[in-house]
Design a protein around this ligand. Sequence first.
Ligand SMILES: [Mg+2]
Length: 310
Amino acid sequence: MKKMLFVFNPHSGKAQIKNSLLKIVEVFSAAEYEVTVYPTKAARDGYQHILENAGRYDVVVCSGGDGTLNETVGAILDYDGKKPPIGYIPSGTTNDFATSLNIPKDMVRAAQHIVDGAPEPCDIGLVNGKRSFNYVAAFGAFTEVSYATPQGLKNMFGHQAYVMEGIKSLTALKPYYMRIQTDTEEIQGSFIYGMVSNTESVGGMKGLTGTGIDLQDGLFEVTLIKEIKSPLDLQQLVTGFITQNFEKCDMVYSFKTNKIHFESVVPVSWTLDGEFGGEHKEVTYEVLPGAVEFLVKKRKGITNKLNKIN
Ligand SMILES: [Mg+2]
């Protein structure tokens, strides 16, 4: 029998898992897994538990929001030996990354995808050579909202909470002057928002993270929104958000890279996968290509590449 460690956050997403836990475990058991269930007790507990159990399980499944997934990936990355594939059952409010991985919102169906799925390598992001992130590092206008919104509000309004706070903060945007460097680009300017991502959507919005997104191409998409200096600038930007199309928008600068360095005079707050990621005057993000494997079912019509959008 294959051994599975199933770690979940019992409080994530309105404690949604309590209605599905038995069925989830049954799905795993029916697929010949011997399941060890571990509810997390506090932040970082999932990371510790998974790390302490290195080498003991064939598969590690986690359920929770972005934080739980981040801890799971972080622990697997820290394994010295063989890294088991990861199964993910999302239970948070906005599940951008899960959607990018073609994971169903229904928890029992997500469990079924794990047992029916195959390991697919996925790129992971690394911050200043230390901490990892799964799909987005961002600063500025629309990022402070997700960690400034209390958990209770997040659960109550779900995705709407982010949007409402986002519109509210449009009126008080603070630009950050930054020097940004990659192997091929050097950019200086004032930006109200910046994002380094490997996902099809952020905050439930598609289109903002660029085109031709591939979770295993060894590249991040970089999106920079320039400072708003005129009503025309604002109008352009709002149009971009309404149409969810930023390709023709002069206010948005976007490109792909595998490594990027940001420098600013004042410390800038960053979010990592929607959680507070610290303040930095200098920060480097780099891709760890195919660093972990996720057990996923590929989408119909997509043969070799996971998540290829044209
Ligand atoms: Mg990519």
